[in-house]
Design a protein around this ligand. Structure first.
Ligand code: G6D
Length: 348
C-alpha cells in the first residue's frame, strides 16, 4: 500500500493537497482536500489495462471553472429542499436558495466548496485519507455547529470505503453523499448508455417539475425504472416515460433500496469487462445519468457531453424533512451521524 502526497493547486492563498493511494494490485485513486473530491480512480479492464473510471480533472482551475459536483462530498444535505425551508420542533429555518426558490446540495458554499483538513493513515492492507471540517452554526442556513469526519479508505480487494461521521451541538439535518460520476469504459472512451445497472429496488420517488420528490413512491414494475434484473441505461434514456422526459432524457431519481449490504447496486460495462458493486448503510440511492452535462468543455481531454458519466449517490431520501413518511435526516444534538458506503471494483 502506497500513499503519494502532492500540491494540486492554491485557493485563496491556501495550498490544495492531493493524495494518490495505490494498493498492492496496482489499483489507485486520487483525491484532493478541496471538497474531498475524488479526481481519478484507475482500475484494470478484462485485459489488465488500467484506466480511469470517473469524471475528474487534473487541475484545480478546471474544477473552479466548471464542475457539476464531479467527485465531491455533498452536504449538509444531498438533493433539493423545497422552498429552501424546513421546520424543527416548530422552529422554521431558511436555507440558501441556490436553485431558484429551492436549496440544492448544501448551497453554493456547501461541503463541495470547502477546503477540508486532511491526514493519512496507513495499515498493512489499507490506506485511509481522513478529512475533517466543522460546519459553523448557521452555515448556508443550517442550525448547529457540525463536526464532521469523512474517511476514504482503499484496501487490497480493490474496494474504496467512504465512512461519514458527524456530531452537532444543536438539533439539525444531515444527509451526506459522494457525487462521483462513474464511466467504466475507461478514460471516458464511451458514454454510459451501454452500461447495465442492476438495482435491488421496487420503488422510486416521483419528482415534481423542480426535480423535488413529491413524496409519492412509484412502482418500478413494467417500467424502465425496473433495474431488478439488470437494464441498460440507454433503454430508459430513450423511453417516453414522463419522469424520464421531465429530467431531460435520463434518470435523476431517488430509488428506495430493498436491502443493504446484499450487492444492492451493480454497474457493468461489458465491453471493458469492468464491474462496480456498491453496498451501503443508506436506504436510498439517487441515479443521475449526467443529463445536464454541458458541452464545450473537455474532461481529461475528452469533450464533455450528455451521459458521459452516471452518479449513484447513496443517501437518505431527499427533501424528506418535508415528508415525514420517510427516513428523516434529523440529527439530534450530540447524536452521532454515522454511515458507510463501499465501492468494489471487479471484473465480470
Ligand atoms: C442536476 O438534477 C441534477 C442533480 O441531481 C445533480 O446532482 C446535478 O445536476 C449535478 O441539477
Amino acid at each position: 500500500m502506497e500513499v503519494l502526497k502532492d500540491v494540486f493547486g492554491e485557493l485563496n492563498g491556501q495550498a490544495i493537497t492531493s493524495y494518490t493511494l495505490r494498493n498492492d494490485s496496482g489499483m489507485e485513486f486520487t483525491c484532493i482536500d478541496y471538497g474531498c473530491t475524488i479526481t481519478r480512480i484507475m482500475v484494470p479492464d478484462k485485459n489488465g489495462v488500467k484506466e480511469n473510471v470517473v469524471l475528474g480533472y487534473d487541475t484545480l482551475e478546471e474544477y473552479l471553472n466548471y464542475s457539476p459536483y464531479f467527485g465531491c462530498i455533498i452536504g449538509r444535505i444531498s438533493g433539493r429542499i423545497k422552498n429552501a425551508t424546513f421546520t424543527l420542533d416548530d422552529e422554521a429555518f431558511t436555507l440558501a436558495k441556490n436553485e431558484n426558490e429551492n436549496h440544492l446540495h448544501g448551497g453554493d458554499n456547501g461541503f463541495h466548496n470547502v477546503i477540508w483538513s486532511s491526514s493519512v493513515e496507513t495499515k498493512a492492507d489499507e490506506a485511509n485519507i481522513v478529512f475533517s471540517y466543522t460546519s459553523p452554526d448557521g452555515e448556508e442556513g443550517f442550525p448547529g455547529n457540525l463536526k464532521l469526519q469523512v474517511t476514504y479508505s482503499l484496501n487490497n480487494e480493490n474496494e474504496i470505503v467512504i465512512s461519514y461521521q458527524g456530531v452537532s451541538d444543536q438539533k439539525t439535518i444531515v444527509n451526506l453523499t459522494n457525487h462521483s460520476y462513474f464511466n467504466l469504459s475507461g478514460n471516458l472512451k464511451r458514454t454510459i448508455l451501454a452500461h447495465e445497472l442492476t438495482l435491488k429496488s421496487d420503488g422510486f420517488l416521483e419528482l415534481d417539475p423542480s426535480f423535488i420528490p413529491t413524496g409519492k413512491v412509484l412502482s418500478v414494475e413494467d417500467t424502465v425504472f425496473d433495474f431488478r434484473k439488470g437494464l441498460q441505461i440507454v433503454q430508459g434514456v430513450n423511453s417516453e416515460h414522463p419522469q424520464i422526459k421531465l429530467v431531460g432524457g435520463g434518470y435523476d431519481h431517488p430509488f428506495l433500496l430493498n436491502a443493504n449490504h446484499e450487492q444492492e447496486i451493480t454497474l457493468v460495462d461489458y465491453e471493458s469487462g469492468r464491474k462496480l458493486e456498491i453496498e451501503t448503510d443508506e436506504p436510498c440511492v439517487v441515479l443521475y445519468t449526467g443529463n445536464s452535462l454541458e458541452e464545450g468543455f473537455t474532461i481529461g481531454g475528452v469533450p464533455s457531453e450528455k451521459h458521459l458519466g452516471l452518479c449513484l449517490e447513496t443517501q437518505l431520501p431527499p427533501n424528506m424533512i418535508n415528508n415525514p413518511n420517510f427516513p428523516s435526516a434529523v440529527l439530534e444534538a450530540n447524536e452521532v451521524y454515522s454511515t458507510k458506503t463501499k465501492y468494489a471494483f471487479k471484473l465480470i
